[in-house]
Design a protein around this ligand. Structure first.
Ligand SMILES: CC(C)(COP(=O)(O)OP(=O)(O)OC[C@H]1O[C@@H](n2cnc3c(N)ncnc32)[C@H](O)[C@@H]1OP(=O)(O)O)[C@@H](O)C(=O)NCCC(=O)NCCS
Length: 163
């Protein structure tokens, strides 16, 4: 029997004061940095290789995150192509004193496994062991096709930035 794949990863971080913006809440950019670390950890552990971030999409900041809250990043390899992997991340926050929990962010990263020359490296095929995993895979595949279509359409719309 083949080895069980490590496709999910949970990562918890305390939102410290150095992550605050001018209003005292957590800066969106600080969250994006930790999201990227979580996506990297999940993807590289799955494929056992160095990975780079190719794209980030469907980022929904659903609630402002407060300094002092505990944030859990629930990551999953939803879909894999040849060298790319879609990592879905759901971010849940918890106020430590009140124990109130809220859904803060959802997003999808596309991470690509690369070799020492930065060329795409083939990643293991995803074992789909449940109906849920099959659904996640099909949805990831559709988003991958949508990304390619968006990229194509954006190129058609592209106009240079003002000098
Ligand atoms: C991502 C990268 C390796 C792709 O290189 P490339 O020469 O386009 O390679 P390929 O055309 O063989 O594509 C490799 C895979 O990346 C995917 N990919 C490439 N560009 C992508 C994009 N913008 N969005 C989503 N997926 C992308 C391709 O679909 C392909 O997937 P597959 O192998 O599963 O079919 C390259 O563009 C790169 O190094 N980008 C910079 C990454 C970076 O610096 N990130 C920030 C710091 S980590």
């Amino acid at each position: 029997m083949s080895e069980a794949q490590e496709k999910s990863l949970f990562m918890t971080r305390l939102m410290t004061p150095d992550m605050a913006n001018f209003s005292g809440k957590v800066h969106g950019g600080a969250l994006l940095k930790v999201l990227d670390e979580a996506a990297y950890s999940c993807a590289s552990r799955y494929c056992k290789a160095y990975v780079v971030t190719a794209a980030l999409d469907h980022v929904g900041f659903k609630r402002a995150v407060m300094v002092g809250d505990l944030i859990t990043f629930k990551c999953n390899v939803n879909y894999v192509g040849r060298s790319s992997m879609e990592i879905g991340i759901r971010v849940e926050a918890e106020n430590i004193k009140s124990t109130t929990k809220y859904h803060a962010i959802s997003c999808y990263f596309t991470m690509v496994a690369v070799d020492d020359d930065g060329k795409g490296l083939e990643v293991p095929r995803l074992q789909l062991n449940s109906e849920e995993e099959k659904k996640l895979f099909e949805a990831g595949k559709m988003r991958c096709e949508m990304r390619k279509e968006m990229e194509q359409r954006n190129q058609e719309l592209h106009v240079g930035l003002p000098a």
